[in-house]
Design a protein around this ligand. Sequence first.
Ligand SMILES: C[S@@+](CC[C@H](N)C(=O)[O-])C[C@H]1O[C@@H](n2cnc3c(N)ncnc32)[C@H](O)[C@@H]1O
Length: 486
Amino acid sequence: MLLPVEEFVSRLVEPHGGLWAVEDRIVVGDCLTALRHMPDSSVDLIHTSPPYNIDKAYKGDHGDKQGLERYLDFLRQVIREMKRVLKPNASLFWQTGYTQTENAVAGDILPIDMLSYPFFKEEPPLILWDRIIWRYFGGMAFKRKYTNRHETILWFVKPVDGAATPAFDVDTIRERSRELDKRNNFWGRNPGNVWEVDRVAYGTTEQSSHIAVYPEEVAEKIIRASSKPGDLVVDPFSGSGTTCKVARSLGRRWIGIEISPEYAKESVMRIGFQQPGEVQSLASAILREKVFGGRPGSLPLEEISRRLTPWARATPVDRCRHLFQDALSTVFPNGREAKPRVWQRFDQLIDSGNTHDPVVEADTLLLASYRNRRNQNGVYRYRTGLETLEALVMRVAQSGADTLKGFIEELVAAEPSSYRLQGTNVALLRVDRRLKPPAHASQLEVPWLQAPMEIAAGSADIAHDTPSAPSDEAYQPSLFTSGGQG
Ligand SMILES: C[S@@+](CC[C@H](N)C(=O)[O-])C[C@H]1O[C@@H](n2cnc3c(N)ncnc32)[C@H](O)[C@@H]1O
């Protein structure tokens, strides 16, 4: 997944090269060099956060304390290149906080979005489509002013003939309305442009040794709403790989650029914990939780596929789809009065952790496979869960033994930080804390697993020995993220 910037450039320019030859990679090197070699109008979405020039102790010490003029000139050049590589109507999300001058009076802050805004407006200008506030909790307490608890995200769009029509699929990010008010949109509300999302700090589940990680939930909202599967998402300052990890798990193509080899290497490990695409993520969660029982170990490929088939047969997707549709059809003919009742019913589904309803099962597993599913609340979340589950059940149920083994092999290869194929055995190397399901999920009854199964001789059970693998130490935080980001 790692690609030195020189190799990136030569793959782009060689006769049969092009973007296809450098996608799904973390490029190690200067983003300005990398961006300058990328073709015009080739990128569907950029979500990035530049260094803030506040002397942060980034690994590799790539000069986070230049003079203000030099820093702004650097940002200006990067912005010019980002504008050039964006496709018409594509979006750019510029996430920033504050910088300071070398001789600043203590406490005199300079907002990076204000300083850099004019560069976005230089010819050819982008349109500032929205200004999002990411509001977080915690952070280092200030003594003589209000503790900083926000960052801004400027959403720019590359116009066509002076007008912009950016992609915005709000249905994919609707959140649960606060009240069961019958006037509310049943599918959930537009999340608005103030996002309350916890910071990634010590003890949380997305931490890495990077000191300025933004939360996956922020990246997920942006990528879901402003791109579609198959689109190319780029982060020129990819750090711990948040944008790339989320893009991959949502089935987008992606390129990250990071100057620090240490961060680049670590981000590859982080991205390697996530299957590309939702069906694969769910399949991986089922493998981890249902087939391996949530513990590292090793199982014959044959045995895994033997266990998946009864799981697919025992998952009553049809019955569940009807239940789901019944609930919705009560709402629409009866209109407003029915909405609160149906909402309550969905709420009961969410809260009753031990139901056998496959929608809940899919939802729990989706949460396990990708923790930020929680930002899609309400009915939409169940619909996505059900559709994803259905696609997987069909895939498993309709596959012959060899096709199923091939599918498992693909899954394993695509999540190298979690699995390894060792001859005809699959080893689950570790269960990333970040991917653990909520407590109640482990109490879910799994009828197909409890049913007596015919097990091939020699493959009777999971060998719970942890195979040799990179140790979990690699994922321990070495630094405490104390401020916002940058
Ligand atoms: C604010 S952090 C980005 C954090 C990232 N959003 C995440 O979630 O992990 C900025 C990153 O830009 C990197 N960086 C600084 N100068 C760079 C350059 N010229 N080219 C590429 N990356 C650079 C830093 O090493 C740092 O990891």
